[in-house]
Design a protein around this ligand. Structure first.
Ligand SMILES: CC(C)(COP(=O)(O)OP(=O)(O)OC[C@H]1O[C@@H](n2cnc3c(N)ncnc32)[C@H](O)[C@@H]1OP(=O)(O)O)[C@@H](O)C(=O)NCCC(=O)NCCS
Length: 300
């Protein structure tokens, strides 16, 4: 049976707040009324930050204190994700209120990633979500072997900093051409990612043209390949293997023994590339991503 939803105005006028049994948008002023002592996943400052980044999308049920905290998916203003859902009896109402606001604001969709919280499949079905993606993990335990490989690259690799705006623009254009609507990196995502001191981004070029890029986060004992992409005009010509080789050699130079990465379960090209380079599956880190893409729902 579908839950009966009572959703008030999408604005947050004071008069909307009179009935505590109705789901309403969560605001900064409400945070102190949430019961956060010993909360297993979220603290007040993280809630305040999420509300600042994406106001009006998070919801709560004042009578019970249950809440749904939304934050931008990969720093994107057009897709909110369920960052936390602390609810016992009103979870469907909270989700549906969030979906309604996101749709009314012309957003692209909503996402619930199981890398944060796992839920039963019925929860997603009940709330009109489908599995958008399964993310699968790979590891490599012989990164040091790459020190001995003689690489004759057709690409020239240059390390990128956030100061080089024209180059960043070219990388973002490549990124959007290579990745689909869910995975394209926003400017804000790049700015956040590249501000992390242990992140390196390198671009591959032929003559003066940007042909590929990769980004790695260096943890103490391993390197995580966060991103690799070849411009669609150059795919299938060996540049992916060349770029991966550059990434692995950089990890080896920086004395990492292991490497890790994730990709989409349906991305056959990247999986073949990784397996060929000696990566092995690591299913412990796999997770599903659910959500609604509004365009798709409208066209159904
Ligand atoms: C994945 C990607 C980087 C591969 O780059 P590429 O330049 O096309 O790959 P290469 O030409 O170097 O091919 C390397 C290997 O990948 C595999 N591969 C590449 N394209 C493939 C395809 N369409 N189907 C199956 N395997 C493929 C092959 O095993 C190939 O080795 P082989 O030619 O010896 O058989 C590129 O397709 C891409 O940028 N995709 C979009 C972004 C992306 O998905 N990135 C990875 C996400 S984690």
């Amino acid at each position: 049976m579908e839950a009966e939803v009572t959703i008030l105005s999408l604005t947050n006028k004071p008069e909307c707040r009179s009935d505590p049994n109705q789901v309403v948008p969560l605001t900064q002023g409400d945070i102190r009324q949430l019961y956060l002592a010993n909360h297993p996943r979220i603290a007040a400052d993280a809630i305040a930050r999420a509300l600042y980044e994406m106001p009006g999308i998070s919801q709560w049920h004042p009578a019970s204190g249950e809440f749904l905290l939304a934050s931008p998916w990969r720093h994107r203003a057009d897709i909110p994700m369920i960052r936390d859902l602390t609810a016992f009896t009103h979870e469907d109402e909270l989700v549906q209120a969030m979906v309604q606001v996101a749709r009314a604001r012309g957003m692209r969709g909503i996402i619930a990633s199981e890398s944060y919280e796992k839920r039963r499949p019925e929860f997603y079905l009940r709330n009109g979500m489908r599995r958008l993606e399964t993310v699968i993990a790979f590891v490599h335990h012989r990164v040091q072997d790459y020190l001995d490989v003689n690489r004759e690259s057709v690409q020239q690799f240059v390390q990128v900093t956030m100061d080089d705006l024209p180059l960043i623009e070219q990388i973002i254009a490549l990124d959007h051409a290579a990745f689909g609507p869910i995975w394209g990196n926003s400017h804000a995502e790049f700015a956040w990612w590249m501000s992390i001191p242990s992140v390196e981004v390198w671009v591959g070029m032929i003559d003066d043209e940007v042909t590929s890029y990769y980004g790695t986060t260096f943890y103490q004992k391993f390197g995580h390949l966060d991103r690799i992409a070849v411009h669609p005009d150059y795919q299938g010509k060996g540049l992916g293997a060349d770029t991966l080789m550059a990434a692995m050699q950089r990890m080896a130079d920086l004395k990492r023994k292991n490497a890790a990465l994730c990709t989409q379960a349906d991305n056959v090209a990247s999986q073949a590339l990784y397996r060929r380079a000696g990566f092995e599956r690591y299913p412990n880190d796999d997770y599903d991503m659910y959500g609604i893409l509004f365009d798709e729902a409208n066209n159904a």
